[in-house]
Ligand binder design. Structure first.
Ligand code: ATP
Ligand code: MG
Length: 412
């Protein structure tokens, strides 16, 4: 992308109620545009980050045999009535709308009910199981407070995966595969070292659910952990009984702020029983299907990464999610000519600051936007047979001889 051609401009200030530093940068650097509290548009750079996150999520889930679908956002109230989740008193986060033809529809806050309804058309025998389907979709939740930018939205992007099994053993086998896949995802996203699988208060049928919590000062959750972090608990489960079961003492636990970037639940028959998703087992008897659900906050993860990696100058994207790898800066006429040649064929990997702007402005924007490498091609450097490359995360600088230089050779 050529900065001279893009409509997005960096801004001097963020929306005034944006308090988290990463959230301010995401607005100022032109990744997102705030519509309303908790409602964001993704601009070209932001969309690329989201797509990079989704690609990693898909890759790991496809590898463990999950199939991608895309369910509707508009919701028929009927299945939700059967599980007692249509009532606003039970589920206060619904956004609802009236149909012109009469009746009401909802905007999906989650998708257990519709996916169970859908599976009733395809699952009837133990031979049809186990299976797992996921989607990456916009969810709507009437959250009381929208906080920390895209980290808690009223409209946000979630990956939700649902598993269906005939036996507890099959369910557990798959559950463990998802645990592993989630670890791989957070590692690849660059937040693995600070992301902990924690015990949280249970699903209705299982004693605990698991959350994946990433340490960050702007997180809404508090986690408790022992010295070697072999036991990590969400604040909400910390009581004497749990501590005894885990073999830890309260005084040995430390606390930290964290953001929930994913969670996984064993549902057993919570949704399949009331909605009638059954299979015929080997012995000919009919049984409700055993389920699990596995959420991952795609847009929240983007906010968490921004928050954790940014510094006092701007964003610092890890390479795996950065919208482009290189911020190519031209200074002067010869610089522009040479940078044009470098840019040719590298349009997917380089953001080209070919604007007629002061070097200081270009450098400040490069730091705000936070791509992994800044490549400076200036008239003066070219005269000295040098191209300067700065690594955003460390500030380390290298100079390359012009004849030997290609963007693809940058590696430090
Ligand atoms: P939270 O405890 O943060 O409200 P939740 O327990 O309601 O989340 P789920 O309904 O299981 O979470 O959603 C799955 C994942 O989607 C969460 O782990 C989180 O990463 C993300 N998520 C949930 N609510 C939001 C939101 N309002 N904005 C952005 N991401 C969200
Ligand atoms: Mg939660």
């Amino acid at each position: 992308m050529r900065l001279s051609k893009t409509f997005v401009k960096t801004l001097r200030s963020a929306p005034k109620d944006e308090t988290a530093r990463g959230a301010q940068y995401l607005s100022r650097a032109g990744y997102v545009h705030k519509e309303l509290a908790g409602v964001y548009d993704y601009l070209p750079l932001g969309l690329k980050v989201l797509e990079n996150i989704k690609r990693i999520v898909r890759d790991e889930l496809n590898r463990i045999g999950c199939q991608e679908v895309l369910l509707s956002t508009l919701q028929n109230p009927e299945p939700w009535k059967k599980t007692d989740r249509w009532d606003i008193k039970k589920m206060d986060i619904w956004f609802r709308t009236n149909l012109a033809a009469g009746g009401e529809l909802g905007l999906a806050p989650t998708h257990e009910e519709p996916i169970v309804e859908l599976m009733k058309s395809y699952v009837s025998s133990y031979k049809d199981l186990p299976i797992a389907a996921y989607q990456i979709q916009t969810k709507f939740r009437n959250e009381l407070r929208a906080k920390s930018g895209i980290m808690r939205g009223r409209e946000f992007i979630m990956k939700d995966l649902y598993s269906f099994a005939a036996t507890d053993e099959d369910h557990e086998k798959f559950y463990h595969k998802v645990e592993k896949a989630y670890k791989n995802i957070y590692d690849r996203l660059g937040i693995g070292a600070d992301t902990y699988q924690t015990f949280a208060s249970g699903g209705v049928f299982s004693k605990y659910s698991h959350e994946f919590q990433t340490l960050t000062d702007v997180g809404e959750d508090t986690i408790y952990f022992n010295a070697d972090k072999s036991v990590v608990l969400n604040e909400e489960v910390v009581n004497d009984e749990v501590l005894q079961e885990m073999g830890v003492k309260r005084e040995d636990l430390q606390t930290a702020k964290a953001a929930e970037v994913g969670n996984i639940f064993t549902l057993k028959t919570k949704y399949s029983a009331p909605l009638g998703l059954e299979f015929t087992d080997k012995d000919g008897t009919k049984k409700p299907v055993l389920m699990g659900c596995y959420g991952l906050g795609v847009s929240r993860v983007m906010g968490v990464i921004a928050e954790k990696t940014c510094d006092d100058k701007g964003l610092v994207w890890p390479e795996a999610v950065a919208p482009y790898k290189y911020y190519l800066v031209s200074i002067g006429d010869k610089g522009l000519q040479f940078a044009n040649d470098l840019y040719h064929g590298m349009e997917d990997e380089a953001l080209f600051d070919d604007r007629d702007a002061r070097p200081g402005e270009k450098f400040a924007d490069s730091e705000l936007i936070g791509l992994p490498y800044r490549v400076v091609v200036s008239d003066r450097n070219l005269e000295n047979d040098a191209i300067e490359v700065v690594k955003r995360s460390t500030g380390e600088t290298r100079t390359y001889r012009v004849a030997e230089f290609s963007l693809r050779n940058i590696d430090f």
